[in-house]
Design a protein around this ligand. Structure first.
Ligand SMILES: *[C@@H]1O[C@H](CO)[C@@H](O)[C@H](O)[C@H]1NC(C)=O
Length: 208
């Protein structure tokens, strides 16, 4: 009588011990808030946990002279369900990451090359800003507005890690100026000059 529960425990260990070690994303299945469904364990190989897409610099020929190359669960299914991911960030001289938040992820950025001015704003509107040199790391707490600017004389390279396998991003300027939110409403809710609003809408592809 005493050993039946023991046997049950043993069989549980033998038959289920690694069932939840990981959940490599099945990219053919839909992605929900919890990520992708798991690929069958017998089909998982070491290559699911390797991503080589961060070897090359991203294309910085754009308005902000910055490229973010993500290794999130969509590009790198091995991190699906693990609550972590990484990205490569290339910045030309003068490149900048516009003010944005990541509602579901804390971020740490590691400066590999160049000099970045980086900062975030707390929910009490206090500014935390610093010039980062090669080898410096800065944390951006989850949900807080933050930015980076390449203030050096050379290209800059950084890597960021996020506490989400699929971190979302919400850019202030795009939320305000890259859609059809009417200029008069924006003026009412921000005090910004209508002329300035129209200028930024034109720059970022908004209307209204
Ligand atoms: C980089 O992006 C620009 C603008 O979209 C494009 O014209 C250019 O061909 C791209 N360069 C490379 C190397 O892909």
């Amino acid at each position: 009588m005493m050993f039946l529960p023991f046997l049950f425990t043993l069989s549980f260990l033998f038959f289920s011990s690694n069932a939840l070690d990981f959940c490599v994303g099945d990219l053919n299945a839909p992605q929900g808030p919890a990520g992708y469904s798991c690929k069958k364990t017998e089909e998982v190989t070491v290559n699911d946990f390797i991503f080589s897409g961060l070897r090359a610099a991203g294309n910085t020929s754009n308005l902000v002279k910055l490229a973010v190359t993500p290794a999130s669960s969509t590009q790198f299914p091995g991190v699906n369900g693990l609550g972590i991911s990484v990205a490569r960030i290339d910045l030309d001289v003068g490149g900048r990451g516009l003010m944005h938040t990541r509602p579901d992820a804390t971020e740490v950025v590691v400066v590999i090359q160049g000099t970045l001015c980086a900062g975030f704003i707390s929910s009490t509107n206090k500014v935390y800003i610093k010039t980062l040199e090669e080898g410096d790391v800065m944390a951006f707490p989850q949900g807080l507005m933050h930015f980076v600017i390449n203030v050096g004389e050379t290209q800059a390279l950084a890597f960021s890690s996020y506490s989400s396998a699929s971190p979302g991003v919400y850019f202030m300027d795009y939320a305000w100026f890259a859609n059809d939110l009417p200029t008069n409403i924006l003026h009412e809710i921000t005090f910004l000059d209508p002329d300035q609003i129209k200028k930024l809408k034109a720059l970022l592809g908004g209307t209204g």
